[in-house]
Design a protein around this ligand. Structure first.
Ligand code: UDP
Length: 234
């Protein structure tokens, strides 16, 4: 395995499978199986899950809600997703702990950095819920932040596309995928990898990012092994 400790970010939308809203339990179970394979190979895995399949602060603001209030609702949505993923992992006998940036003591632990790291050392997958705990941020930023805090070797962004392209591959058929790209090139070419806050955090802390297609079973394992799939930003 190339990496010892990985933080994997899954968007909320990825949990929808073919649905238009909410959670597809088969899809969640498939992700849990993929995560288990990497975990079984001895890699320490932490997870950050988005909430866009349930609620997004920015969209709610556009339809008249106050942004901060809406963002807190979005953070709660991430916890619902985290619980679904926790349930799926536990159904496969993978030990997990869910830590939330907003206290919800009946259902999960509060986020405590040292405890999270200890869980990982003891062979548990840690799932970070409620993003950063702050409105006006995203779960991509939570992923970068937590990855840096727990000293992960890399942050993986599992998406539906298999990497970063010269242009949007769904709109431009001539677009080609980068295998490797520098942080500076991403800025210069104005490519969309993560939001700027999340991306800058990784850049300033020299945390590499890999964008890859999580919807192909075994891709997560391949990335963990160091196979050249997806795009590595470093
Ligand atoms: N959110 C927030 N602060 C955070 C993380 C998330 O306010 O640190 C809110 C925000 O409203 C966001 C929603 O939670 O729209 C869901 O998160 P995100 O959009 O990042 O999820 P994803 O796009 O990955 O599904």
């Amino acid at each position: 395995m190339k990496y010892k400790r990985i933080l994997l970010k899954l968007s909320g939308e990825s949990l929808m499978g073919d649905r238009q809203y909410g959670i597809d339990n088969n899809q969640v179970l498939q992700y849990a199986k993929d995560i288990k394979t990497v975990f079984d190979a001895g890699v320490e895995v932490a997870l950050v899950v988005g909430g866009g399949n349930i609620f997004r602060g920015l969209s709610a603001e556009k339809s008249g809600m106050e942004r901060a209030q809406a963002d807190y609702m979005g953070m709660l949505a991430t916890v619902i997703n985290c619980m679904a993923l926790q349930n799926a992992l536990e159904s496969l006998d993978v030990p997990t702990r869910l830590q939330s940036a907003i206290k919800m003591e009946q259902i999960c632990e509060p986020y405590i950095r040292r405890r999270a790291m200890r869980h990982m050392e003891l062979g548990r997958i840690v799932i970070f819920g409620a993003g950063t705990g702050n409105p006006y941020f995203t779960t991509d930023t939570a992923a970068s932040l937590r990855a840096i805090e727990i000293k992960a070797d890399v942050v993986l962004k599992g998406t539906r596309v298999d990497g970063i392209y010269t242009a949007d591959p769904e709109k431009d058929p001539t677009a080609t995928r980068y295998e490797n790209i520098s942080f500076q090139e991403v800025y210069d070419k104005n490519l969309n990898v993560m939001d700027r806050t999340a991306f800058t955090l990784c850049h300033e802390n020299k945390l590499p990012i890999i964008v890859f297609d999580m919807n192909r079973p075994d891709n997560f394992l391949r990335v963990a092994k160091g196979d050249n799939i997806g795009t590595l930003v470093s």
